[in-house]
Design a protein around this ligand. Structure first.
Ligand code: KG4
Ligand code: ZN
Length: 350
């Protein structure tokens, strides 16, 4: 079985080809970062227009790199939500047009399910059931993943996502968009413990997060003393320590309390080296195992959408003929694969 996948939910245009027995045959990505940098964040209209320009050439590149043609494919997977409506529609329209032309099933994939399944692109791959920490620019979730499409939410953020906390703190430190990786790089020159920052909700039981207080503390820290290079690096280190500390503590608590042995980390913040290192050590000390996607598959990509599409197609799902996308789409609404669509009725779409 072979799948072509298209991802266009935000500011990355990506296309991949995944084969059940040969693995990942191609993955192409065009990042719009330079387009949005001037504005300090993603401008939805610009994102949609750029996807329109980039996606079809990326499909052609991916097919050529994979040495495959439409007739050798078994289905097309595309991100149907959550994300920016206009951006999602560009990928959905192209995927459905190609599927119609090639007479293939087209599956609308949940972007977060894609992130959750990205570690399955690696060897060894985690099995089900497991605990998942999904940390991206828009989400911070602790999830019990029982099986494909069966995700139970244990806890999430009450306000900002972990990636958002990285990005907003980075902005306060004068770093360019997107700030997460830039802040992590600056933190390498900072001194441990030099700028202690709050760790909200750390001492409360349960699995909820809160990161919005962090940016206020960072703002105050940037004003307290002259903001020279060392001070900026110390603050960056403090921010990373605070976020990593909260994520690790809650993930480890969830492992201990649920009895799971396997932790899967996914989403853009999963690329953070400090988080990877601390989780690796702590989970091993607890007798468990932690799985990450390679860094380039932590952030948005089409390989993860192809993985979700392949697993669902293999389980018999064939999608519908509707061109439906959902800007908001709670993960808990997903269902295990079935011959029926995993999308909800049109009336409840946004
Ligand atoms: O998963 P993703 O690519 O997009 C969403 O679906 O949100 O995640 C992007 C987020 C951004 O907030 C970015 O700053 C953060 O992931 N990020 C990082 C790192 N790489 C990406 N945060 C901290 N350290 C990194 N190395
Ligand atoms: Zn994402």
């Amino acid at each position: 079985m072979r799948v072509l996948a298209i991802e266009s939910s935000c500011d990355e245009s990506a296309v991949a080809v995944l084969d059940e027995s040969q693995g990942l045959l191609a993955h192409e990505l065009w990042s719009q970062i330079d387009l949005h940098r001037l504005y300090g964040g993603v401008v939805p209209e610009l994102a949609s227009r750029d996807h329109v320009k980039r996606l079809l050439p990326l499909v052609q590149q991916a097919l050529a790199a994979a040495g495959t043609s439409g007739s050798q494919l078994d289905g097309i997977a595309y991100t149907a939500g959550p994300g920016l409506t206009g951006a999602l529609l560009t990928g959905a329209a192209l995927a459905r047009a190609l599927a119609y032309g090639w007479q293939l099933p087209a599956l609308g994939i949940h972007h977060l399910e894609g992130h959750l399944l990205a570690p399955l692109l690696e060897t060894p791959a985690p099995g089900f059931p497991h605990l998942a920490l999904l940390v991206s620019g828009g989400h911070t979730l602790l999830i019990e993943a029982q099986a494909l499409g069966d995700y139970r939410l244990l806890g999430e953020t009450r306000d900002d996502a972990a990636g958002e906390a990285f990005d907003k703190s980075a902005k306060l430190l004068g770093l360019p968009y997107p700030g997460g990786p830039q802040l992590a790089a600056l933190a390498q020159h900072g001194r441990a413990g030099a700028v202690p920052l709050p760790r909200p909700m750390l001492d409360r039981p349960g699995y909820e997060f809160s990161f919005s207080g962090l940016k206020t503390a960072v703002l105050l820290a940037t004003r307290a003393q002259p903001l020279d290079e060392q001070r900026r690096a110390d603050i960056a280190r403090g921010v990373q320590e605070a976020i990593v500390d909260v994520l690790c503590t809650k993930a480890l608590r969830a492992l201990a309390e649920t009895g799971h042995q396997t932790l899967v980390v996914a989403g853009g913040v999963g690329a953070n080296l400090e988080l990877r290192e601390r989780l690796r050590r702590a989970v091993a000390a607890q007798g468990g195992q932690v799985f990450f996607p390679r860094s380039e598959f932590c952030t948005d990509n089409a390989a993860m959408i192809a993985m979700a599409g392949l697993l669902r197609l293999r389980a018999g799902e064939r999608g519908t003929l509707e061109l439906g996308v959902r800007a908001r789409w709670p993960l808990a609404e997903l269902r295990p694969p079935s011959a029926a669509s995993q999308m909800v009725p049109a009336a409840s779409r946004q």
